[in-house]
Design a protein around this ligand. Structure first.
Ligand SMILES: [Ca+2]
Ligand SMILES: [Ca+2]
Ligand SMILES: [Ca+2]
Length: 514
């Protein structure tokens, strides 16, 4: 504890000096509300649970929130001008030791067609009454897109992956180019599932896999009610679940993100590539816990020279970064979100007041009429989220500076989905958030409860420990192997599950409460 107090004292001292007089993260900061391509929605890091024998970690960075799958004719490509990065700290100083960089290139193969993708069956030819000069029988619509070589894939994106470790940049390559899985336009145009599977690549590095593409947004939340100043639905008002609701893998409110897609970058690597010892450390080892975060950056200078390619120069400037879910979204004050987004995790002591006296706890308590019993600041109970500390890191692990990293104890074996808890560590499942983060971890409920104080046993009491928004599960089934993401909804058939409409599962697809 003395160590934690030292961190806090240092943090607050820096905070006093730094402040002037005064995650899941969808459009959470002013700067990314204006630059949605660079907007990180979520980052995940967890021990792969596909049953393989080599311990591996899967890391997934999602960007470009609330993609409407029907948003043709250009849909939602990756931005070739962005640098997408997944960073790992393995020696507790919140400075990256390993970086995985992703850069995209776009090719246009159908410059004369009005939409980026087109296809149908075996192709459609000009009928007998085709006006000259196009003779009947001429191919007008290409065949359904079933591979990255299909002619109907007019807009094709490939990407390069680079690992930077110890100052050395190493390309991660495959048998051919890595192609990004496009938006799921619809079943006539493409076999999206086939493209998804072809877009999951093994590489020249043993047990390293990569994926990039448009997939289902793996995050779920009653976003509309949450940001209507916690105006939660009657089914869960005032944000306290019944025991039955808490135990259910069903939704009692509509998932605002249902039916939307997101762009995802994923990489799976052996644990031994990530730890500082190069070994699979036991959970009790101080070297077992890593910190993971994602970042997007743009060139400082961009010259747009249409029709020539864009010219970038001047080095990179970070647009956004993310470690824990909902930190920037729910804890950092609006006046500080851009600075938070553009700064480095090692400097997060300047934001310590937001972590250690979160306004959200006070808002929750006020919104429930004082029904919660929240700890008084400074909130040392929240330090495990922003330092290397138990119950995530082993006792004796150097805490490091206050930093928003997603911390993963790589020595904790994965829990099989059938016995996993959506509440992660709070649900007694040692392999779930805030020990890393899996797709199915209900980080909204976990974060609400953590902010209410449940990481401190004295505050792990009702109603603190039953807070929730009523959305407990994703709208689409996740894969059970890398990259674990679900298929993107199709543009033709996507459906957003809205309040008052069928789709909540508190009774066989009953209407979601208004
Ligand atoms: Ca480091
Ligand atoms: Ca979803
Ligand atoms: Ca929830």
């Amino acid at each position: 504890m003395r160590h934690l107090r030292d961190i806090l004292a240092t943090s607050l001292a820096i905070l006093m000096a730094a402040l002037p007089g005064s995650a899941a993260n969808h459009r959470e900061a002013p700067i990314t509300a204006l630059d949605h391509k660079a907007d990180i929605t979520d980052i995940f890091a967890f021990r792969s649970y596909d049953g393989g024998t080599t311990p591996r970690v899967t890391m997934i960075l999602c960007v470009d929130p609330l993609q409407e799958p029907a948003n043709g004719p250009n849909w939602s490509p990756f931005d070739p001008d962005l640098l997408y990065e997944i960073k790992v700290d393995n020696n507790n100083d919140a400075v990256e030791d390993i970086v995985f960089q992703f850069r995209f290139t776009t090719e246009q193969h159908l410059p004369n067609l009005f939409q980026a993708y087109a296809g149908a069956g075996g192709g459609i030819t000009a009928p007998a009454n085709s006006p000259a000069p196009v003779p009947p029988g001429t191919l007008i619509v290409p065949p359904q897109i079933t591979s990255f070589g299909s002619p109907g894939l007019g807009q094709r994106q490939s990407y390069k992956v680079t690992m930077i470790k110890g100052g050395v940049a190493t390309p991660i390559t495959g048998a051919g180019p890595f192609f990004a899985v496009p938006s799921n336009v619809g079943p006539r145009t493409m076999d999206y599932n086939a493209l998804f599977n072809q877009g999951t690549y093994t590489t020249n590095m043993s047990e390293v896999k990569v994926f990039a593409g448009t997939g289902d947004d793996p995050f779920w939340i009653d976003l509309g009610a949450t940001f209507d100043t916690f105006n939660l639905r009657s089914s869960v008002a005032p944000g306290v679940l019944t025991p039955a609701q808490d135990a259910s893998l069903a939704n009692f409110a509509s998932d605002t993100v249902a039916g939307y897609s997101v762009n995802a970058i994923a990489i799976e690597v052996p644990v031994s590539m990530l730890t500082r010892t190069g070994a699979v450390e036991p959970a009790t080892s101080a070297a077992a816990t890593i910190g993971v975060w994602g970042a997007t950056s743009r060139a400082r200078l961009t010259a747009r020279r249409v029709p020539l390619p864009t010219q970038n120069s001047g080095g990179w400037s970070q647009i956004q970064r993310m470690g824990n879910p909902l930190i920037n979204e729910l804890l950092i004050g609006t006046g500080f979100k851009d600075r938070f987004s553009m700064d480095q995790p090692k400097n997060d002591a300047q934001f310590a007041s937001f972590f250690l006296d979160p306004a959200l706890a006070r808002v929750l308590n006020a919104a429930t009429g004082g029904a919660l019993s929240i700890p008084a600041p400074p909130r040392l109970d929240l330090l495990p989220l922003v330092t290397y500390a138990p119950p995530i890191a082993a006792p004796g692990t150097p805490g490091g500076p206050v930093a928003d990293l997603l911390r993963l104890n790589t020595g904790v074996a994965p829990t099989q989905p059938a016995s996993a808890s959506r509440l992660g560590l709070l649900g007694g499942d040692a392999a779930g958030y805030p020990n890393g983060r899996r797709l199915f971890d209900d980080v909204t409920d976990i974060s609400l409860r953590a902010v209410a104080g449940v990481l401190n046993p004295a505050f792990n009491i009702f109603p603190n420990n039953r807070l929730g928004d009523g959305v407990n599960v994703n709208d689409a089934p996740y894969r059970t192997t890398f990259p674990y993401l679900a298929n993107a909804p199709s543009g033709r058939d996507r459906r957003h599950i809205d309040p008052g409409e069928p789709g909540c599962t508190a009774g066989a697809g009953a209407p979601c409460p208004l």
